[in-house]
Design a protein. Structure first.
Length: 157
């Protein structure tokens, strides 16, 4: 059985601000989106859910639903910690522009239940103004008790 190994990078290999083309004209009232991409293993970088595949999915979603895609940030670090330059920049930009944080999967944002508790309490939970959308948990509203429970169950899995 093949085991995946995390190979930490001594210096980052990814530019945290990802260049992209977005040739869609959206209404002024359209929701703004900050995209976030992450890979943690060499295998993910080369195959599977590469940064390019994640970027294409976010762009396609924003085009389909007429969102204003402002920026995309990326990291090539493990999801065990939130201390990633691209993620911190994405959060800061989300707060600055009141945009939706979008990722293809919850595990791209974080793999830690503790981090998810912090994110929900600080940014996305009940009484918070910010929104996030991960494609694998679309429709779950973390501002409701049911939505938070479903997101936390998904984080545990």
């Amino acid at each position: 059985m093949l085991k995946r190994r995390y190979r930490p990078h001594k210096s980052t290999q990814v530019d945290h601000i990802v260049p992209f083309q977005y040739d869609v004209t959206v209404a002024e009232s359209a929701s703004s989106v900050i995209g976030y991409l992450r890979v943690s293993t060499t295998e993910q970088k080369d195959e599977g859910v590469s940064l390019d595949v994640q970027k294409e999915r976010i762009i396609a979603y924003c085009k389909m639903f007429q969102h204003n895609l402002i920026a995309i940030y990326a990291d090539d670090h493990t999801g065990r910690t939130m201390e990633r330059p691209g993620f911190q920049a994405a959060l800061a930009r989300m707060v600055e522009t009141d945009a939706i944080l979008m990722s293809v999967s919850m595990d791209r944002i974080s793999r830690s239940v503790g981090d998810w508790t912090y994110l929900l309490d600080t940014y996305f939970g009940k009484g918070r103004t910010y929104k996030m959308l991960a494609f694998d948990c679309a429709g779950m509203d973390p501002r409701t008790a049911t939505g938070r429970m479903l997101l936390m169950m998904r984080a545990v899995m």
